[in-house]
Design a protein around this ligand. Structure first.
Ligand SMILES: [Ca+2]
Ligand SMILES: [Ca+2]
Ligand SMILES: [Ca+2]
Ligand SMILES: [Ca+2]
Length: 423
């Protein structure tokens, strides 16, 4: 199943869940990342960041709420087990339908993450952030130029209903809710050099979208969020998004072009200064990150560095930003799957060990699309993709079509912070 990924932007809708102690670790692998006394000032703290396109999207409004309302949904249980095995401190879930009032996000926490799945230790995330998505919001225009107005393809972001394919951040550390910035409403046309698509049937250039359409069309197919997380007195900006897949369009490549610019947004944002001066958030505040801020770009970017259908250099521009480091997470399962599944995988140029999604293999093949990219100011101590080889523990959770969890795999990166305040 090639699941679409389009996501959101929006109102500040973080909620503080049950105020359990973030330090109440319940698993040996958690202890390995707990506070360690440092020889100098303060302490050393290891923090695991993860991104996971969990495919917890449904085909109609209300369905996810119903599935998460009880602890018995098989897919949600398997997704929670994957998270409990990997035990991230901060995790972004893509393809998680947004329900106003954070209801779906809260139910997944309460009925799944806080319940030990299949013998795994429960997880407590006292902090969660989610917000509305552009997916499924009617634009009022014929954005796909098929002669009629309405439906998933004419929405501000592809989606059958408002909030479909949304996203959510769970954190063991406090989210600085008052400082969250969202970029759901930033207009695509306001990005300098925007790759606006062309209608090949007309002489005019860059005219796939009319002036009236460009006046309402956001850059973000879902949303772009800057979610600051406070860890021992240090702030790390979690930069979350889910650019549109670069497919499901025509020769004009409107989705490929939007995908590329959605990724470029974060490169400009972390560069800051004049490069980011065109950016404005949903509250009207201009600009990008200040120099020296720590950050982690996370999410399903729907772009492989060398394979697949995204525009050349889409993810490459982000990976090549001198402020960003790429820990190159890998798994043994991805290498095995590429060889076993063959087809398009045989012609791929990217190292199959870095693939993070198991897509169809006739034309597309498996790709690296899910990323955790820390700022160079953070010290990386580990990384990985949760994709066990067939028959190994956990392989029943990744599986093959039809997937028990998702066609994507959880990606994690560990960083060490020095000189943090003891909690
Ligand atoms: Ca249409
Ligand atoms: Ca034209
Ligand atoms: Ca495949
Ligand atoms: Ca591949």
């Amino acid at each position: 199943m090639r699941v679409l990924t389009h996501c959101c932007a929006g109102l500040l809708a973080a909620s503080l869940l049950v105020a359990g102690s973030p330090a109440a670790f319940a698993n040996p692998s958690d202890h390995s990342r707990s506070v360690v006394p440092d020889s100098g000032n303060g302490n050393r703290q290891e923090v695991r960041f993860a991104t996971y396109n969990a495919s917890l999207n449904r085909s109609a409004p209300g369905e996810l709420l119903r599935d998460l309302g009880t602890p018995g949904n098989a897919q949600a249980r398997a997704v929670a087990e994957v998270i409990q095995i990997n035990r991230p401190d901060v995790v972004l879930l893509n393809e998680f339908d947004y329900v106003p009032g954070n209801r779906a996000a809260d139910l997944f926490d309460e009925n799944y993450l806080r319940v030990g799945q299949n013998g795994k230790a429960p997880l407590e995330y006292p902090y969660v952030y989610t917000a509305p998505s552009n997916t499924g919001v009617p634009s009022g225009f014929d954005l796909n130029n098929d002669g009629s107005v309405g439906g998933a393809d004419d929405a501000l972001g592809f989606g059958a209903f408002e909030g479909q394919y949304g996203m959510v951040v769970y954190s063991k550390y406090p989210i600085e809710t008052d400082s969250v910035r969202t970029f759901r409403n930033f207009l695509w046309k306001d990005m300098p050099g925007a790759l606006l698509p062309d209608n090949p049937a007309t002489d005019a250039q860059g005219d796939w979208y009319s002036t009236d359409e460009l006046a309402v069309l956001p850059l973000s197919s879902k949303s772009h969020w800057d979610v600051p997380v406070s860890i021992g007195g240090r702030t790390i900006h979690v930069l979350a998004s889910h650019p549109t897949p670069p497919v499901f369009d025509g020769p004009e490549d409107r989705n490929g072009r939007r995908n590329s610019d959605e990724i470029r947004f974060w490169s400009d944002y972390v560069t800051g200064g004049d490069v980011a001066s065109y950016i404005y958030d949903d509250a009207g505040a201009p600009g990008g990150l200040r120099r020296g801020e720590r950050f982690v770009v996370m999410g399903d970017q729907n772009s492989d560095p060398r394979d697949g259908d995204s525009l050349p250099d889409s993810i490459g521009r982000l990976l090549g930003n001198r402020l960003i480091q790429d820990p190159l997470p890998t798994s043994e399962g991805a290498t095995e799957a590429s060889a076993l599944q063959g087809g398009a995988n045989a012609d791929h140029r990217s190292d199959p060990a870095q693939d993070t999604a198991d897509f169809e293999d006739r034309e597309g093949g498996n790709l690296r699309v899910d990323y955790v990219l820390p700022s160079r100011s953070l010290r990386v101590t580990g990384s990985g993709v949760f994709w066990p080889r067939a028959g190994m523990p956990g392989s029943d959770l990744t599986g093959i079509v039809p997937f028990p969890t998702s066609d994507h795999r959880l990606v994690h990166v560990d960083v060490t912070l020095n000189g943090v305040r003891q909690r």
